[in-house]
Design a protein around this ligand. Structure first.
Ligand SMILES: *Cc1c(COP(=O)(O)O)cnc(C)c1O
Length: 500
């Protein structure tokens, strides 16, 4: 079958390595002899026999450019990774982040020399307050998961101050992202799982039964990870507050809400944003990200610092924007300010779109997801028959075939599409969580639907083709766990002397 990736973008399997291409005496261009004395290198760093390949500069450039093209990214293809919002990252954000005054500033520079940068941080705090409906924002956490941990540590401090030290349970829906229970455990709380009902909403009856004075709070993702808006949100918040607990919002799914509804108005006490999801900053292979926290007045005193504050007047040295750390702050969660380069990108994104644009983006994200949901629901089982928010779950099963979600996901690679999130949320068997985002065109969505239809046919006619997929990738089916934990970093299978 023909791959839809651009011709030539994917290297052939078993292509030559740099070692095989090596020819004695070949090399890159040299530099003129130095006109200053050569420095002595420490002898222990110098090795005679390390057997490096000898190649022309062009061979080396081609090799590494080819390797870089093996990465799948949102710049090369559709990436409907549910929950992670892999939307296009506008290039203007990159241009802004590289401006000298941003990129070359040192975090410990005297404040009067970086007033513009502090103003940007201050404005971003203000905008996130407005978007989330919170009284305070801290930009310190460098990921959503770190925002969760930070908030839970703040909740501990809050209850300690109130003498309510018996509150050691955190309620978490069974549809929640794995970071929620992990952060809870790291913060020293116990996890109590609350089931979802058959419609995909958190079960208010089960929640009511769990709410008592041992509860520190609830972690709620809304829309939840099934892509469904929690319709009983008012009742849920009332129950948790009613027993003295706090409501944490997991804001990873803000791409459905930004500009439309504010979590603070829904009764959420504290929430993390994921700038690398909602505000189109790069996910960057695991980092750097940014997971700012928005909080209401109950918890604001405990936020990490420093944050930036705007003074009423400019002082003699030209300072208007100053650093401050809240009174009862739990301390720092990152060195200095957090991921400043990410703030610049998110700032540029919000500035480009404005309130109307952010609202339109959320609405289009929801529209795109519903379009795919409706086009695919007769082909793959749809566990929740109701309109979705920015993502939805299908079951990766086809009647009369033994193919699984894994086979479908791997086969999608052959069509040039990144697979959806597979096997999450855990409560849907063979889950495929699909999030198209607002940045994809109808043509792309239609091409994805066509691929999913073709795969459903193959599942019945030629299931082996799916079991053994992918076929058009540089490597076949990898062991998911070992491939991530035991990286093969060495091109040369013969370890050179001295290497472990
Ligand atoms: C991505 C995500 C997180 C964690 O955010 P990171 O920024 O990746 O640490 C938490 N909850 C949900 C629902 C998510 O999708």
């Amino acid at each position: 079958m023909k791959s839809r990736t651009a011709a030539g973008a994917m290297p052939e399997r078993g292509e030559s390595t740099l070692y095989e291409l090596s020819a004695a005496g070949r090399g890159g261009s040299g530099l003129p002899a130095p006109d200053v004395p050569e420095a002595e290198l420490p002898a222990e760093l110098l090795r005679d026999e390390i057997g490096l390949p000898e190649l022309s500069e062009l061979d080396v450039v081609r090799h590494f450019v080819r390797l870089s093209q093996r990465n799948f990214g949102v710049d090369t293809g559709f990436y409907p990774l549910g929950s992670c919002t892999m939307k296009y990252n506008p290039r203007i954000n990159e241009v802004c982040a590289r401006l000298e005054g941003f990129a070359q500033a040192h975090p410990l520079q005297p404040q009067e020399t970086v007033q513009g940068n502090l103003e940007l941080v201050f404005n971003l705090q203000e905008w996130l307050k407005e978007i989330g409906g919170f009284t305070d924002v801290s930009l310190q956490p460098t990921a959503g998961a770190q925002g969760e941990l930070t908030a839970l540590l703040m909740m501990r401090a809050y209850f300690r101050d109130r003498g309510e030290t018996g509150r050691n349970q955190v309620l978490i829906p069974d549809s929640a992202h794995g970071t929620n229970p992990a952060s809870t455990t790291m913060a020293g709380f116990e996890v109590l799982e609350i089931p979802s009902d058959k419609n995909g909403d958190l079960d208010p009856g089960a929640l009511a039964a769990a709410c008592d004075d041992s509860v520190a709070g609830l972690m709620l993702t809304n829309p939840n990870t099934l892509g469904l808006f929690e319709r009983d949100i008012d009742e849920v918040v009332r129950l948790v507050h009613g027993c003295g607990g706090l409501v944490y919002g997991d804001g990873a799914n803000m791409n459905a809400l930004a500009g439309v509804a504010r979590p603070g108005d829904l009764g959420i006490d504290i929430m993390h944003f994921n700038l690398h999801k909602t505000f189109a900053t790069p996910h960057g292979g695991g980092g750097p990200g940014s997971g700012p926290l928005g909080s209401n007045a109950k918890l604001a005193d405990y936020l990490p610092g420093p944050s930036v504050r705007k003074e009423g007047v400019v002082d003699d040295s030209g300072i208007r924007f100053t650093l401050f750390t809240p009174q009862k702050s739990i301390g720092r969660m990152s060195s200095n300010f957090g991921s400043f380069g990410v703030f610049v990108r998110a700032y540029a994104y919000i500035l480009q779109h404005g309130a109307e644009g952010l609202r339109a983006n959320s609405q289009h994200a929801v529209l795109n997801a519903n379009y795919l949901r409706v086009r695919l629901r007769d082909i793959y089982p749809l566990p929740y028959e109701r309109s979705c928010m920015h993502e939805f779950v299908l079951e990766g099963k086809i009647e009369g075939s033994d193919v699984r979600a894994m086979d479908i996901s791997k086969r999608l690679l052959d069509f040039g599409f990144h697979p959806p999130i597979s096997y999450f949320p855990l409560i849907v068997p063979e889950a495929l969580l699909i999030e198209p985002t607002e940045t994809e065109s109808k043509q792309t969505l239609d091409a994805f639907v066509e691929a999913m239809i073709t795969i459903a046919k193959e599942a019945v006619d030629t299931p082996e083709q799916l079991h053994t997929a992918p076929h058009a990738m540089p490597v076949g089916r990898l062991d998911e766990v070992r491939a991530a934990r035991k990286l093969k970093l060495r091109e040369n299978s013969q370890p050179s002397k001295g290497e472990p």
